[in-house]
Design a protein around this ligand. Sequence first.
Ligand code: ZN
Length: 482
Amino acid sequence: MKKLFIYNSLTRRKEEFISLHEGFAGIYVCGPTVYGHAHLGHAKSYISFDIVVRFLRHLGYKVRYVQNITDVGHLTDDADAGEDKIGKQAQSERLQPMEIVETYTRSFFADMDALNVLRPDISPRASGHIPEQLELTQMLLEKGFAYEVNGNVYFDVSKYSAYGKLSGRSVADLLEGTRIEVNTEKRHPADFALWKKAGPEHIMQWNSPWGSGFPGWHVECSAMSTKYLGQPFDIHGGGLENTFPHHECEIAQSEAATGKTFARYWMHNNMVTVNGVKMGKSLGNFITIHQAMENLEPMAIRFFILSSHYRSPLDFSDDALTAGQKGFQKILTFLRRVTELVPATDAGIRLEQVVSDYQVAFENELCDDFNTPKALAVVFDFIREMNSLFDQDDRLNPVDQAGLINVLRRTVGDVLGLLPDAVLSNKEQGGDFSGVMELLLELRQILRREKNFALADQIRQKLTELKIEIKDTADGSRWEKK
Ligand SMILES: [Zn+2]
């Protein structure tokens, strides 16, 4: 298997990926808190990890991809204070919390399907894993890492010296933090809730040894990841903004409870910004995936996201999205051109070596911490090289033609996910009426030969209105859907 290097947020350097069990990779990514439609920030996060999963599979790993659905316990300040985000949304929409959860879970997967993000192998819901969360909380209490006050259970950060190792914060600094403490139950302001006592207004609550309540957000991910992947497991992913407190707390809980490493590689994707400011629901500057898809095809959005590295911020603009659309179209146009080349067994050039060099160069970029912008650059260099070759001779050996289509499907399709079935079947791209198009082009050639330029131009004009462009070349005319 090819050597893959991953930037590990825990050690702050690129490390060779050595999976725990040979040939198998277990990955957990924090899933959405389902109380609103997903926006472009979510698209960046889940497309980034989709590439990780796709590429690991491409390299030959058997992957188990777990991505949870947070349907309870995520409070409005991201730590453990404020209202439950889902409960609050349920109140404002006058619906049951589970109706909110169902609505936005469906919306999330519909958006992800459109963006050709592969579904996780397991999508556990927090509310369906309460016993596992109670068990973990109980273990932490028994081992003296947690304490109970008035139906609430808190993790005691002063008992766990490694707290802060992911985010680079020291326990000492956190212990001396000057944050004004409103919750006097906590022994220390940095302590976080494992279990919260529920008031009568809480619809979602469960029985526990400490009374009726609901789990803390952090404990959900600890319980669900290790249930399906074991401990330790290979890769834990999520958004950069969740490094602290969420991921720091996950590590503390899981490692304190078992004495074993939690996740071996931590990966964090950067955010989407608007004029340099993070795009987010709380900031009110977000564009939902659904809104973006009203003007653009989903693959243009996917291309836009892949055009920057997952660890870099991506600034949103209409120009950047339009560039995504153009880049994606360029790939499709090339793919169509390859299928339309004239098969000839005696064609002079052979492509076996170039095709294999291309695939190696493409994989090398992704082996370097999933560098999608550089992998795309390899794709475009290759397209340019091939195009200039076919400009001179449009005959190609059928074996090479098949090899070329195959390598594009494997790289641009299977790994980058830019060629979903709908695109490949060519329906949206005009494949359905390609026969009619050929007829029109032939007719136009006849008109031109007969010097009936007015009618020939009229055909071109009408097609332009239909967003079909005609290109006249020395060897005849070609058409392209814009
Ligand atoms: Zn999480």
